[in-house]
Design a protein around this ligand. Structure first.
Ligand code: CAA
Length: 383
């Protein structure tokens, strides 16, 4: 029989993150969102709490936990604020993971301790202005000269990559051609290297207190040893990273849906119309019932995908399914949440509006819903 219980450690972890998010994040989430402020205070507290390097081995400064435990952390943060969840998810899944899984011993020793505990952040340089869904279409290039990589190009929409704590970025670059195909490799670039500049992207509709960057590489020169893994393996490294990363986006969908649902239920029980709480009208009660069912289904899918990952079994299809489903459940729940709030749902003083805006990113970031369907359809050998 499957066991649906979390371990007592996982329950304790969930409770402690919930308590932290309620105490520290909830009181400021709307204000920092309004001000588009990346919060060093909250990020520092999340470092102190051990929320970075969650699955990374202890010998590199990490906490050596299983993947489901990490996903519980992201879910609980997203229940209160997508932006703090994004800082944690991007650092663990996209900043730390490529170095953890593909880095040399020297690279791990150099970078991982500071990224796990040293209040330093690392970006995942995949997306470019002309290469989003078609992630293999990178124009950024790197040439090896005198055992040094010379990098030229640009990246866009890179989380955690333009703030005072950014220590660098993993850059996907075209490093040549072999057998008539582009050779793609990943290279580690430290912040502060000559020719590497970054700019925080402002005026976002969504994830406003998460740090999103545009990056420019103008003859950026780094040692040949900064190559991650083998030359030519870059695209596969990025894709494997996204297989895991999509689980954390799924967790954000799940946590966000849970948070929006709780706000909707609370409001619907308090708000009266025609002399009764609006939750007692069948049209509204059924909406809330549908939300509860969908969230439960999403939780099952997300946790099962994590369980497969923790078992060392293939999980790429399930991770795409979990990301697709949980982000679309969040879409429907956030929509109901605003609708149940009526006019107040349109006001930024209420969290409903923020849930509604923050949800949208999840159907686009780390692979659009269309790309998730493509990945699933390929697993089904539809074409
Ligand atoms: N694991 C390992 N290898 C993989 C793989 C995976 N998941 N997916 C593909 N590959 C390998 C293939 O096996 C193939 O290898 P061979 O050359 O040896 O045969 C190679 O990679 C090329 O694969 P495809 O032909 O399938 O590649 P494609 O060009 O058709 O693209 C795609 C596939 C699924 C559409 C991919 O481009 C993709 O995932 N696009 C979406 C990109 C994305 O998610 N971007 C998000 C960026 S991060 C972000 O958004 C962060 C944020 O801010 C929230």
């Amino acid at each position: 029989m499957p066991n649906y219980d979390l371990t007592s450690e996982q329950e304790m972890l969930r409770n402690s993150i919930r308590e932290f998010a309620e105490r520290e994040i909830k009181p400021v989430r709307l204000e920092i969102d309004r001000n588009e402020e990346f919060s060093y205070d909250l990020t520092g507290k999340m470092f102190d709490l051990g929320l970075f390097g969650v699955t990374c081995p202890a010998e590199y400064g990490g906490h050596g936990m299983d993947y489901l435990s990490y996903i519980l952390i992201v879910e609980e943060l997203a229940r209160v604020d997508a932006c703090q969840a994004a800082t944690v998810a991007a650092q663990n899944s996209l900043g730390i993971a490529p170095i953890q899984y593909f880095g040399s011993k020297q690279q791990k020793e150099k970078y991982l301790p500071m990224l796990c505990t040293g209040k330093k952040l690392w970006g995942f340089g995949l997306t470019e202005p002309g290469a989003g869904s078609d992630a293999g279409n990178s124009k950024t290039n790197a040439t090896l000269k005198d055992d040094q990589w010379v990098i030229n190009g640009s990246k866009i929409f890179i989380t955690n990559a333009a703030n005072d704590w950014t220590a660098g970025v993993t850059v996907q670059a075209v490093t040549g051609e072999s057998d008539g195909r582009k050779e793609i490799s990943c290279i580690l670039v430290d912040a502060g290297v000559k020719g590497f500049t970054s700019r925080a992207m402002k005026n976002k509709m969504t994830w406003r207190s998460s740090n999103t960057a545009e990056l420019y590489f103008d003859d950026v020169t780094v040692p040949g040893d900064n190559l991650l893994g083998k030359r030519g393996d870059g695209f596969k490294q990025m894709m494997q990273t996204l297989d895991r990363g999509r689980l954390s986006i799924a967790a954000m969908g799940l946590g966000g849906a849970q948070g929006a649902f709780e706000e909707a239920l609370k409001y619907a029980k308090e708000r009266k119309a025609f002399g009764k709480p609006i939750s007692s009208f069948q049209a509204n009660a059924f909406k809330l019932a549908d939300c509860a069912v969908e969230i439960e289904a999403a939780r099952g899918l997300v946790y099962k995908a994590c369980w497969l990952c923790d078992q060392g079994r293939p999980f790429g299809k399930e991770s795409a399914m979990a990301k697709l489903f949980a982000s679309e459940v969040f879409h429907r729940v956030a929509n109901h949440c605003v609708q149940l709030h009526g006019g107040y749902g349109l006001m930024e003083e209420y969290p409903a509006a923020k849930f509604y805006r923050d949800q949208k990113l999840l159907e686009i970031g780390e692979g659009t819903s269309e790309i998730q369907r493509l990945v699933i359809a390929r697993h089904l050998e539809c074409f």
